[in-house]
Design a protein around this ligand. Structure first.
Ligand code: ADP
Length: 570
């Protein structure tokens, strides 16, 4: 990415702040001016007080110093507050927008990404964008303004000497840009390693049980250590570059200063400058080096930021799921679903996950979708919940294409029980209410009864207030699944999708999880994704799926009566 791309890309975030930034620059310019005036006052101090040893002018000079000092305090305080406010406004907006964007990305993006990597993008890498767009660019303008005032004062004091003092500038510039090239490589490496470190740690810490039971701690530690050492190596490389180049820059400054002192003797001798003038000149000159150095440092600092910026931009460039401009809402959906000729291929996959897939299901039936692993069953669930758009074919709800509906209204029509029960570290009540935060206690209790959760929850010492622990680890698999079902029922959507709800459950527990489906399906379309024979007992119709397309549809043996009917939800 070029500097121009970055500025163009993030300008919308800077635009609303531009007048405040301008005010910040005015404050900076005023501070530079005060700084220059203070130095010129120093000339007066030497020439009128120190050299003639006279106290009287000290009165007004001291007064002026105090006044300037107070003025500077006000200016720099205001500038600091304004600068922080502007950069925080920028950061808050960009960070929230990026977070929202990531949450809106289709599920398969999340499948292929490490959590730690995304986390470091929305935290530290976003700071890089801020330091580039606000920090570095303002610093550049500020340095130029300051330099302009200082150089103006130098030429005003003694133009010949001013010209001479400028000879070292090209040398310093050359050194600084060389320095920048090295720093660029080092910082990129550091940013990359930083992201990997969190990713490695996140993966191992997210599956500590796996790591421990397979005795892979050493490997996990080794790969963590490798990334960690990588960061250290990048930091060391940075230190070496600084160790060599900073003294060179210092030396260049010193040479410049000595040249001017030599010429200063001549200027004093020929009465071109008073002693106070020469001292002020030297002070101004030393002050000049700082903005020059800052301008030189700016390039490495900008390069430092580009690695982070690229990582944020890459994330923002991914297409989120969005409503079409003409999307409409669906009131009171009945829940008839119809997939025709659906084709889906995941990015980077070498074959279609679904290919010419058809499925029709309506309220009052439980349709089981079975097939070997990888057949595309979960992809069907993703299509229905709008976590994925089909590449071809249509997915309809009550005869309307899902893509023509708003995400919100089409998702409101479909509730899901996911294979991997996602329970939050909250109370059982809150976990169920997640589907509909405004639900009353009665509604929650009704959903819990319908999902056969009520009995075991009431037996717990804290009842519905019991916290489930991280990812519900304190509950059994069947209990977790029934809470997930209660949550899905509370949503009261006309389509209910269950993705392998009985994975890992014994037949009796599986039956307890599935039993409520009969009643639930009276007014709903239930799609049961499964390969569990027990689950098939609860299906009215079975659709067999292989390699992305339907191979057969049949009616299972319905002779066996379903015994456990839970009360209707509606
Ligand atoms: P099932 O639920 O029947 O096991 P899925 O719908 O999960 O099958 O997957 C169907 C196919 O799509 C599989 O071949 C799987 O490897 C592929 N697939 C699923 N998710 C992704 C993804 N994020 N990226 C690439 N391929 C994927």
């Amino acid at each position: 990415m070029t500097v121009r791309d970055v500025i163009a890309g993030y300008w919308p975030y800077v635009r609303p702040l531009r007048w405040w930034m301008l005010l910040g620059l005015v404050l900076l310019a005023a501070q530079s001016l005060v700084g220059v005036v203070e130095i010129l006052l120093f000339q007066q101090l030497v020439d009128r007080v120190l050299v003639p040893a006279s106290v009287q002018p000290l009165l007004w000079i001291a007064g002026a110093y105090v006044g300037l000092n107070l003025l500077n305090a006000v200016l720099s305080g205001a500038d600091d507050i304004l600068g922080t406010w502007v950069s925080q406004r920028f950061l808050v907006r960009l960070r929230t927008d990026t977070f929202r964007h990531v949450l809106q990305l289709p599920q398969h993006h999340h499948d292929n990404r490490r959590l730690g990597d995304i986390l470091s993008r929305i935290t530290s890498d976003i700071r890089a964008v801020e330091s580039f767009m606000l920090g570095d660019l303002t610093a550049a303008v500020a340095a130029v303004i300051q330099l302009a005032f200082l150089l103006g004062a130098l030429f005003w004091l003694q133009w010949e000497l001013a010209l001479a003092s400028l000879v070292v500038v090209p040398l310093m510039w050359w050194v600084a840009t060389r320095f920048a090239r090295f720093v660029k490589d080092v910082s990129r490496e550091r940013a990359r390693r930083g992201g990997s470190l969190t990713a490695v740690a996140e993966e191992a810490l997210g599956s500590t049980a796996l790591v421990q039971t397979y005795d892979r701690e050493d490997d996990a530690v080794a790969s963590f250590h490798r990334q960690n050492r990588g960061i250290a190596a990048a930091q060391m490389a940075g230190a070496r570059v600084r160790a060599v180049f900073l003294p060179i820059v210092d030396l260049a400054e010193l040479v410049g200063l000595l040249v001017v002192v030599l010429l200063g003797v001549w200027a004093l001798h020929t009465d071109r400058l008073t002693l106070g003038g020469l001292l002020a000149f030297l002070t101004l000159m030393v002050q000049c080096y700082r903005p020059i150095r800052e301008l030189g440092d700016l390039l490495p600092s900008m390069y430092d930021a580009t690695a982070g910026i690229e990582r944020v931009t890459e994330l923002l460039r991914e297409e989120p799921l969005r409503d079409r401009p003409d999307a409409r809402t669906l009131e009171q959906p009945a829940g008839r679903i119809e997939l025709t000729g659906v084709r889906v291929r995941y990015p980077g996959a070498d074959r279609d996950a679904l290919d010419a897939f058809d499925l029709i299901a309506g309220p009052g039936e439980v349709v089981a979708l079975v097939g070997p692993s990888g057949a595309g069953k979960s992809t069907v669930a993703r299509l229905l919940t709008r976590q994925l758009e089909p590449d071809a074919g249509t997915v309809r709800l009550d005869g309307i294409e899902l893509a023509d509906l708003t995400l919100r209204s089409s998702r409101a029509a479909v509730s899901v029980v996911l294979q991997e029960t996602m329970l939050l570290d909250a109370s059982i009540r809150d976990n169920i209410a997640y589907a509909r935060p405004e639900a009353s206690d009665d509604e929650i209790a009704a959903a819990a009864r319908a999902a056969d959760v009520d009995d075991f929850v009431r037996a717990l010492p804290n009842g519905y207030a019991t916290r489930v622990g991280q990812r519900g680890r304190s509950l059994s698999g069947g209990q977790r699944q029934r809470i997930a079902l209660a949550r899905a029922l509370l949503r009261d959507a006309p389509v209910l999708v269950l993705d392998e709800p009985t994975t890992g459950l014994d037949p009796d527990t599986a039956r307890r999880v599935l039993a409520p489906l009969r009643a639930a399906s009276e007014e709903r379309t239930v799609l049961l994704i499964t390969h569990d024979p027990v689950a098939l007992e609860y299906a009215d119709r079975v659709v067999h799926l292989t390699e992305g397309h339907t191979v057969a549809t049949d009616q299972p043996d319905q002779s066996e009566p379903h015994t456990e009917f839970a009360g209707s939800m509606r």
